[in-house]
Design a protein around this ligand. Structure first.
Ligand code: GLV
Ligand code: MG
Length: 322
C-alpha cells in the first residue's frame, strides 16, 4: 500500500491551494519533501469544482521529482468528498501518491474512503492500494478516537495534527490556531501532540505537525517547530514556500548529532558483535540496545536529510595504519 511514498521524508509538507495556478506552478520548484494540493479549506466553495481539474493537470503535467505528492479532499461532512476522489484520483494517473482526509473523527470515515479508493483505483487502472492516506486529527472526537483511526486502513502513511481546526473544535478563545498562547502557563497543545504521536508511532506511521499561521514570522516558526520536533514528530506543514527551509532545518538532525549517532552505532556494533557485550562505555556514557534504537532514528533522519559522515582530520603525527 502506498509503497513509493510510505518511507519518504516528510519534514516539510507544503500546502498548495488547488485553485491557484500560481501556487500550483511554483510548488514543484520548492524544497518541500511533500506537497499536498488542497481542495479543502484553502479553496473557496465557488472554486471547489473547477479546482479538481486544475489539480489533475498539475499532478499529470508538472515535474514533482521525488516529492511525496498528495491531494487533500474535502471532509465527509460536505457534499464534495466523493466527487473529489472520483474526479481527481480517477484522472490523475500513477504519480499521485496519497489522498489526505481532513477532520477525521471516526475510523468509519477512513474505511469509507478506503473502499471508495479501491473502486476508483480498479476503474482507473491503478494497482490496488496504490493510493496511500494521510489522516488529519483536528476535531475533539478525532482525538478521542485517534488510536482506532490510525489503524483503520493499511493505506495510512501519516497522521497529521490540524491545530487551527482543533482550536475551533475545542472552542478555545483564540483567533489564530497553531501559534503560542502567551497567557497559558505551558504548551496548550502538549497533550494533543503527545497523544497523536503515540497513536501514530504505535501504528507504525509517520506523524506530522500542522501549520504555523503567522507566515511572515520565520523566527517564530523556527522556535515553534522545536516543540513537535523535540517530541519526535517527522515534520510540519509549510503554508508558504518561504517557510520550507526553516521547517526542513528544524526537522533534520544537525551534523554533530548525525556524526555522534553514527559513532554510537559503530561502537555498539563493535561491542555486541566483537566481544559479545550488551552494554559498553561510549565516552562518559553507558550505551545499550535502547541507545542503538535512538541513534538509529537520528541516522535515518540525517540520511534522509542528505547528511553524510564527514572525513575526520587525522591528528598531527598520525600515520596511515599507525
Ligand atoms: C489544518 O488543517 C488546521 O486546521 O490546522
Ligand atoms: Mg484544518
Amino acid at each position: 500500500m502506498g509503497a513509493r511514498s510510505r518511507f519518504l521524508p516528510r519534514r516539510s509538507c507544503l500546502a498548495v491551494p488547488g485553485s491557484s495556478d500560481r501556487f500550483l506552478t511554483r510548488a514543484p520548484g520548492t524544497d518541500a519533501d511533500m506537497c499536498f494540493l488542497d481542495l479543502e479549506d484553502a479553496v473557496a466553495p465557488s472554486e471547489k469544482e473547477p479546482a479538481r481539474a486544475k489539480v489533475v493537470t498539475a499532478v499529470r503535467e508538472l515535474d514533482w521529482g521525488d516529492k511525496v505528492l498528495c491531494v487533500r479532499v474535502n471532509a465527509w461532512d460536505t457534499r464534495w468528498t466523493y466527487r473529489d476522489v472520483i474526479d481527481v484520483v480517477g484522472a490523475a494517473g500513477p504519480r499521485l501518491d496519497e489522498v489526505m482526509l481532513p477532520k477525521v473523527s471516526t475510523p468509519a470515515e477512513v474505511v469509507a474512503l478506503d473502499l471508495l479508493l479501491t473502486q476508483v483505483e480498479a476503474d482507473a487502472g491503478l494497482s490496488r492500494g496504490h493510493i496511500g492516506l494521510e489522516v488529519q486529527i483536528e476535531t475533539t472526537l478525532g482525538l478521542i478516537n485517534v488510536e482506532a483511526i490510525c489503524t483503520a486502513s493499511p493505506r495510512i502513511e501519516a497522521v497529521v495534527f490540524g491545530p487551527a481546526d482543533f482550536a475551533a473544535s475545542m472552542e478555545m478563545p483564540v483567533l489564530t490556531g497553531g501559534v503560542e498562547i502567551p497567557n497559558y502557563p505551558g504548551d496548550h497543545f502538549h497533550y494533543v501532540l503527545a497523544k497523536i504521536l503515540m497513536a501514530g508511532r504505535a501504528a507504525g506511521i509517520q506523524v506530522v505537525d500542522g501549520p504555523y499561521l503567522k507566515v511572515r514570522d520565520l523566527e517564530g516558526l523556527a522556535a515553534y517547530c522545536t516543540r513537535s520536533a523535540t517530541l519526535g514528530y517527522d515534520g510540519k506543514w509549510a503554508l508558504h514556500p518561504d517557510q520550507v527551509a526553516v521547517v526542513n532545518e528544524a526537522f533534520s538532525p544537525t551534523q554533530e548529532q548525525f556524526e555522534r549517532a553514527v559513532a554510537i552505532l559503530d561502537a555498539y556494533r563493535a561491542a555486541t558483535e566483537g566481544d559479545g557485550r550488551g552494554a559498553v562505555m561510549f565516552g562518559e556514557e553507558m550505551i545499550d540496545e535502547a541507545s542503538r534504537k535512538m541513534a538509529e532514528k537520528f541516522v535515518t533522519r540525517g540520511t534522509r536529510a542528505g547528511r553524510v559522515r564527514l572525513p575526520r582530520a587525522e591528528p598531527d603525527g598520525a600515520s596511515p595504519g599507525g
